[in-house]
Ligand binder design. Structure first.
Ligand code: PLP
Length: 403
């Protein structure tokens, strides 16, 4: 893999921050965008923009074609059985809200939904909103000291009232890669459907929804080198057929009268209003980029970077890394002595290193770890070993200043 060649595709990586070459390590929040995606957006706005599924005219048909080809590319990428199972959303968050609102209609007071303590707020709050409406009960799986889920407890939480299990594939704080296939198989053995939050997995690991056999899988384009504002909800057709629409409006209807409305076929039933068709079309270029490099190559490179960086970091006095699950993904959450994460983040920024600080939208996990937040460095395919060295050097300086 020629990283320098890959980096040429990302103009933003040439930036300087505070007079130093930027080292971008906030990929968990959003990854940067390769030129082919930017060019596709530019090309569509310059040549092809027209609303989809609405016109007989050439431009509209071209645009519809681009959008639907992207849907097929995504279907293939995640190995879904049919394009009817690939629904475009605004992102992971909207995908989970859609399932909680629509699938959640079948839940009754006292029904139980299993979550884990390592969830992002996006996989907590929608279920709490549902709890307010229906009186469901949320059960939460704990972690061990390495940041792995307590699978024994997970299994023990299932009972006759369990109606759903919803958990992340990869933790955005700990980097833990959960055994989602095994967890799904167990839930199914108890007759319980599963939603997987794939926001932190889809940029780093091969995703095969048929193999995992999950009922729902959600992810965001902007973390996968794609445009902002679009995401995907994969859902098994048998559920999607039964589920009521999430929102009403154009695109999602078959026939509307003031007395009654019938809904469009899948997947359009869940896509009310004009979608971000430009973003959707350009997302296929991001997938093309990932396929060209190879997701397994990406995974291997990021893992090597992770091990290299962590190995060097642990020598910094007072430094503590949160998350030590074997095979963890390219996420390093850490604290330096008693220093506040913001102070560390600011001192790193002054040296050109862009990291995330705070609770990472995982406040319950911060409570569980008994810390206010962490500093978080996350890698992408374009990060280099030189950058890892630069990050360590900057961190050593920050640690010295804050000592
Ligand atoms: N779930 C996880 C694990 C995440 O890391 C994120 C974003 O950081 C989300 C959900 C929410 O993604 P989005 O803001 O793209 O909807």
């Amino acid at each position: 893999m020629d990283i320098l060649k890959i980096r040429e595709e990302f103009p933003v990586l040439r930036r300087e921050i505070a007079g130093k070459p930027m080292i971008y390590l906030d990929n968990g929040a959003t990854s940067q965008t390769p030129l082919r995606v930017i060019d596709e957006i530019d090309r569509i706005y310059t040549h092809t923009k027209a609303n989809v599924h609405r016109g007989v005219h050439t431009l509209s048909q071209e645009m519809t074609d681009l959008q639907e080809r992207s849907r097929e590319k995504i279907r293939k990428y995640i190995n879904a059985a049919s394009i009817e199972e690939v629904i475009f959303t605004r992102g992971t968050t909207e995908g989970i809200n859609l399932v909680a609102s629509s699938f959640g209609r079948r839940f009754r007071e006292g029904d139980e939904v299993i979550l884990t303590v390592m969830e992002h707020h996006a996989n907590i709050v929608p279920w709490q909103l549902l709890r307010e409406r229906t009186g469901i009960v949320l059960r939460v799986v704990d972690i061990n000291e390495k940041g792995e889920l307590d699978l024994e407890q997970y299994r023990s939480l299932f009972n006759d009232r369990t109606v759903m299990a919803s958990f992340c594939h990869v933790s955005n704080v700990l980097g833990t890669v959960n055994p989602v296939k095994e967890m799904t198989a167990y839930a199914h053995s108890r007759g319980v459907p599963v939603l997987i939050d794939g926001a932190q997995a889809s940029p780093h690991l091969p995703i095969d929804v048929e193999d995992i056999d999950c009922d729902f899988y959600v992810f965001s384009s902007h973390k996968m080198y794609g445009p902002t504002g679009i995401g995907v909800l994969y859902g098994k057709k048998k559920w999607l057929l039964e589920m009521p629409p999430y929102q009403g409006g154009g695109e999602m209807i078959a026939k509307v009268t003031f007395a009654h409305t019938t809904f469009a076929e899948l997947p359009f039933k869940f896509e009310a209003g004009t979608p971000d068709f430009v973003g959707i079309a350009a997302f296929s270029k991001a997938l093309e980029f990932i396929e060209e490099v190879g997701i397994s190559e990406i995974e291997k490179h990021e893992r090597e970077l992770l091990e290299y960086t962590q190995e060097k970091m642990i020598h910094i006095p007072g430094l503590k890394i949160y998350g030590a699950a074997p095979g963890k993904s390219a996420v390093i959450s850490f604290l330096v002595g008693k220093s506040h994460p913001y102070d560390v983040g600011l001192l790193l920024d002054k040296q050109g290193v862009e990291v995330r600080t705070g609770h990472h939208c995982a406040m319950p996990l911060m409570d569980r770890l008994d810390i206010p937040g962490t500093v978080r460095a996350t890698f992408a395919v374009y990060n280099t070993f030189d950058e890892a060295d630069g990050f360590i050097k900057a961190l050593e300086r920050a640690a010295m200043i804050l000592e």
